[in-house]
Design a binder for this molecule. Structure first.
Ligand SMILES: Cc1cc2nc3c(=O)[nH]c(=O)nc-3n(C[C@H](O)[C@H](O)[C@H](O)COP(=O)(O)OP(=O)(O)OC[C@H]3O[C@@H](n4cnc5c(N)ncnc54)[C@H](O)[C@@H]3O)c2cc1C
Length: 461
């Protein structure tokens, strides 16, 4: 037997010869695609398959079923979960189709795109997609988790604006999924993450809006008490045309961080509004009068600048995230939050954020989905960077935040934030009925349990 023949006889060589894309084992070119945005997460799969099309994914899941492996999917690694050598990692980066239909106001998007790609493609037509806070997040990962964007109170979930998915199921079937075709999958893909299949393309509505009034106004950390309490009162009256969050920040002294925010504690009011400029500015003025901003970045902006609202970090970093949903918050709750994130708290977190929910998000869309907990009033997000000198304190402090806020948190969570593969943690993203139906659909469409890894809903994990 020649060395070449022997190589082709190994199972992974058979996968290599089956797919159009590339298959990389550890140490081979292409394996580095596994490195996630959140570099703290150990993503060390058996092999990385950089797929070219749906047929490659179908071949990969069949191969996995035949060889007792599992299949996970990743684009950016913003929501990475630990993966080991029993997993083939499908990397979607080559699925880059993007076609905007300006008349229908829709876009067909490959699963390899990140939101900024879609913003750029839609803008010349006077249209915009409903992105998340970070435009470097992957479209498919975001939408399968629901998608809470900076305008969530005005437009609802971004996944409420999905028209169709193309997917490959765990059984290797290539399906087009719409409200009328495989309607049960259309329900489950919006919220169920990769439970029911790997998305290869998605069709979404674009909105005919190119500008908004928003950004963030930043105050000194010493003003956090006054700003936070005023913000809570302000939220109670905020019309649905406006969305907001409050963030306690401790940004590092790096060149890319604006000088007034670098290396110190600040508190930001993030704001995005479709009200007319005068009305939106008057709303923000009420908060501007509470304290003197150290930096005021709220203005009428092009939609392409939507990332400025949260100014999320772009470069990969080792992070720890914690998330929770809350019911109505009182001033006592704000005091509790200030005790762990405000002045004098010695919080090691880079950001502790409360996002106001409600508005259009709270209403069920025309086509219901597996996204649950629309009735939550606020989402709490805590993110810390796992580097010295605070690395050791970040995880313990997140637990302290959890304990201190527990009188107001619901025990539920969103599918998208603080990625986790623990079944009990995943279950908290769903109500019992949704969990049941997602599990049943997964049994049907992934009968070998090939996709049973990461954030998926299965009763027998
Ligand atoms: C800085 C930052 C800002 C964020 N802002 C927001 C926000 O404003 N709103 C919000 O809702 N979320 C937000 N998120 C969470 C983010 O939406 C999720 O982590 C999302 O899963 C990221 O998708 P990705 O493809 O970029 O990440 P990846 O880590 O590549 O994928 C994460 C998961 O998404 C699923 N997935 C990815 N691709 C596919 C596919 N093709 N088919 C099926 N499932 C797939 C899988 O479950 C996968 O494990 C943010 C995260 C970070 C780190």
């Amino acid at each position: 037997m020649t060395p070449t023949t022997r190589a082709i006889d190994t199972p992974i060589e058979r996968l290599r010869t089956t797919v159009s894309g590339t298959v990389a084992l550890p140490g081979e070119p292409g394996y580095e695609l596994a490195v996630p945005w959140n570099v703290a997460v150990p993503v060390r799969p058996y092999a990385v398959v950089a797929v070219e099309d749906a047929a490659d994914i179908a071949a990969t899941v069949r191969f996995a079923a035949d060889h007792g492996l599992k299949v996970a999917v990743q684009r950016t690694g913003h929501g990475a979960v630990p993966l080991g050598d029993d997993v083939l990692l499908v990397h979607t980066g080559r699925l880059t189709e993007c076609a905007v239909d300006p008349d229908a106001r829709t876009a067909r998007i490959g699963a390899g795109l990140v939101w900024q790609d879609v913003v750029d493609a839609a803008a010349p037509h006077g249209l915009s997609p409903l992105t998340g806070s970070s435009t470097t997040v992957g479209v498919a990962g975001f939408l399968t988790g629901g998608g809470i964007g900076p305008m969530v109170r005005t437009y609802g979930l971004s996944s409420d604006h999905v028209r169709a998915f193309d997917i490959v199921t765990g059984n290797g079937e290539v399906l087009r999924v719409t409200p009328d075709e495989h309607a049960e999958l259309f329900w489950g893909l919006r919220g169920g993450k990769a439970t029911l299949g790997i998305v290869t393309a998605v069709e979404i509505d674009l909105i005919p809006v190119t500008r908004f009034h928003g950004g963030a106004v930043y105050f000194d950390g010493d003003d956090a008490v006054a700003v936070a309490h005023a913000w809570l009162d302000w939220c109670a009256e905020l019309p649905e045309h406006s969305s907001t969050s409050l963030a306690f920040l401790q940004l590092p002294p790096l060149p890319q961080v604006p000088a007034p925010l670098a290396g110190r504690a600040t508190v930001a009011v993030r704001f995005a509004s479709l009200a007319d400029e005068a009305e939106a500015a008057a709303l923000v003025d009420r908060l501007r009068s509470v304290a003197t901003p150290v930096l005021d970045g709220i203005a009428t902006l092009p939609w392409a600048a939507v990332g400025a609202v949260h100014a999320d970090p772009v470069d990969p970093m080792p992070t720890h995230e914690y998330t929770a949903l809350t019911g109505q918050l009182t001033h006592e709750a704000i005091d509790a939050l200030l005790s762990v994130a405000g002045p004098g708290s010695h919080s090691p977190q880079t950001v502790v954020e409360l996002r106001l929910l409600g508005g259009a998000l709270a209403r069920e869309p025309r086509h219901r989905s597996a996204f649950c907990h629309r009735d939550a009033d606020f989402a709490l997000m805590v993110a810390g960077v796992l580097v010295p000198p605070t690395a050791e304190d970040v995880i313990g402090h997140a637990r302290t935040v959890d304990r201190v806020l527990s009188p107001w948190t619901t025990g539920r969570r969103l599918p998208n934030f603080a990625a986790d593969s623990d079944p009990d943690t995943i279950a908290r993203a769903y109500d019992d009925d949704t969990w049941h139906w997602l599990s049943a659909l997964a049994d049907e469409h992934d009968s070998d349990g090939v996709l049973r890894v990461g954030h998926v809903v299965r009763r027998d994990r």
